[in-house]
Design a binder for this molecule. Sequence first.
Ligand code: C2E
Ligand code: CA
Ligand code: CA
Length: 883
Amino acid sequence: PVDPVPSILVSMGLVESPSGHHPAWLVRALGTISVMWSLVLLSRLAIVMGLGGATAIGWLAVAGPLAAILTVLLLLVDAAIIVIPRLPVFLRLPPHQQLRCVIPTILLSGWLYALVAREVLMDGSPGNTQTLLICVILPALVAVSIFGGQRVLGFVYCAASLGPFLLNLPPTVPLAVPLAGLAGLLLAAMAQARADQQNLQRRLENSLRGEQAQALITDFEEAGQGWFWETGRDGQLTYVSATLARKMGKSVDQLLGTPMTGLIEKPDRKAAAQGEGERTVGFHLSARSAFADIAVRAALPGEECWWSISGRPVVSEFGQFLGFRGSGADLTEMRKSQAEVSRLARFDSLTGLANRVQMMATLEQCLVDPAGRQGSCALFILDLDRFKSVNDTIGHPAGDALLRLVAQRLTRVVGHDGQVGRLGGDEFQVLLPGMVDRHELAKLSETIIHSVSQPYVIEGTQVVIGVSIGIALAPYDGTSVDMLIRNADLALYKAKDSGRGAYRFYSQDMHADAEDRRQLEQDLRHAISTGGLHVEYQPVVASATERISGFETLVRWTHPVRGPISPTDFIPIAEEAGLIAQIGEWVLRTACQDAGGWPEGIRVAVNVSPMQFANPAFPALVMSVLAKSGLAPERLELEITESVFLEDSGNTDAMFARLKALGVRLALDDFGTGYSALGYLKTAPFDKIKIDQSFVRGAAVKGSRNGAIVQSIVSLADALSMETTAEGAETLDELELIRSLGCSHVQGYIYGRPIGNAAIMARFATGDLYARASGFKSGRETRKTMLRSVVLSLADEDFEGRIRNISSGGAMIEGLADVPPGALIRIAFGSRYAVEARCCWSSGDRMGVEFVQPVSLDRVRASEARSIRQKGVAEALPQRKAG
Ligand code: C2E
Ligand code: CA
Ligand code: CA
């Protein structure tokens, strides 16, 4: 800060400036005075001795003791003037105090000199006054010139040296003359002091501003935020920040005088096309036009460094072009963070794999080769099997860790052949440019499935998941991104459908299948709204008494064109299409309605889809249906599958409690087919466990372990005081075994197939509440009719054959004549499942075989599914009794 109007005393340096800005130049004047004072001294001595005409010693004799004393005093004072301003103690004083110290010595010096001169020259006679005045004024002039800006001292000196004469002035000189001279001197001193002070102030302001600007610039440069440059008219650098020079690995001096454009890398083709780079800067420099924020690449070999440069022409006040001045900033970090941002936008943050956006972009590139022609590539879409349940059991952080491990395995297996991406959730994608060899792709798929299916150890827990793969090839299966993805998706759907852990290549009929499914969904919607569904009831029989304890409600749909469609086929469609709630509600209403007309004590069981179970409004629905039908709650049994525990969203327990509170019974359906954990049985309030058909069927066959499983389920249920129903008992042997194992109830064709309500009512009308077992007493499994092609290998030769019927133990095969009984034959059901069999009999081109090891009909069916559906000959009928 600077004083707005400096007071005269401040200007003269006599008091401290309130702003704290001391007139330093005043003080510096004191230093000059001390140096120059010897001149004053010299001129005095010369004058006094010259005019007095005496030598130094003679003069002393002439002058007398008073003059000698005064001279000594004068010399002392002058010595003080010469010495004192150089003393550190003095220099540390504030300027105004320094001045206050010096003023008395100057005053004394002037006064003493005038006295000495008078003493030596005048002898007290007034006639010599004029000579005297000259003697005094001449050194005064020297002194005043030495005082320079320090006019207050000049005034003091003059006033002091004139003092002695004013006392005894000759009458010829009026007092007014010296007084006027002194007054003039004083006024001049004051005016000059003020002007000096104002000058000082201006300079101070300017230098302050300059210092501030310099400090800001330095800070800015040092912080590495940017740098400045300046060129002359010729475009050569005249200024450049030291930070920039450092970055360029040169000194500022080396850079000065070189062209400004030398700092910038010559533009490459791409940058120039964007209107950026050295060319643009060069253009502006020669056009002498201002430019701002041009991105250029620094001329730093081997290092990628980007700057943003701005500049303006500098023009003199007369309009002359002087050069350019401007600034530059480092863009590298920004560019890097931009690159990071775009990397984040293109990569999955969890696994670091490419994300959906990036995969789509890459796929798009793959579909067009560099020459603009159609490119070829393979697209895998992968979906993890059982990931959701693992994720729910082990927790989400562990689920994330699992996904990362899967990503690692995938990248390792795929290697440099293609790109792996994560689409989200547990869905991955693999893109293999130029790779369309089905054989190779099949091998790769198998490796992927094998690798992903190996156990993982996460937080000390071992988990196992699987993966299904759908494959589509460009250009055969699609030439656009959308088409290819949709077809790979379809193939994945099929892969999942045919029992997980499989891969499928897309084929045209999948499309037909999808279309078929869509059509079926539409037909189902129509059937629901037009009453096209009906229900049938299958008896559930108490095994000890053979009394019918209830019926299970099974929904039926007879398609107007396709005929009866199994609920195993259309319930999943209904679930996927969001139709299950409607169907379920209708079944529940119908069942309760019908059961209301049945004799007391006969229960009705209704299947509840997990999706219905997840709906919080479900208990309210059950309550209203019960109220409307008047059915006692304990006569309604809801069949729930284990899968409700897989989708456990935390309110499963609450749902059980609410249903229980209604008084209805709960049965656990299809026990043993889904979830492997048994923990939930402890808390879930089931009244009954329904043992799945797969454990019951064939349990009586020798060597089957199913019996043991059934037995342990029964003892488990007993321990938890739950009833058991064995489902799907078909033969007398099975029935007998089930009874002996202690199942409390039996439900199966042996006691009756599902029938309509009218048939039930007719039966009850007879008062007969007992069921009678009727069926084969079969030690051998019932064979299923199954028409399908197989490859038979006999003595290293392959033949085409056809299965007529099959069970897990044996089959009847057509197509090979005169096979000797006892011959060993290899039967391949498709490419992935082959078994050994021994011929039992042969007649014409038919033969009966016995499998060396039990065959899984499910696996046979899975490898079959497509061809059967395609040919429309899927039927399953009991074939014949054991021979
Ligand atoms: P589920 O609940 O296990 O039903 C038993 C299935 O086994 C029924 O097939 C029944 O006809 C069949 N079955 C009974 N005894 C035997 C036997 O001795 N041998 C053989 N081979 N099969 C036997 P269905 O009616 O085809 O039902 C299949 C599945 O569809 C049911 O399995 C159930 O999960 C579902 N389902 C049926 N009706 C409904 C319904 O109204 N709502 C829901 N959500 N699902 C239903
Ligand atoms: Ca059921
Ligand atoms: Ca069942």
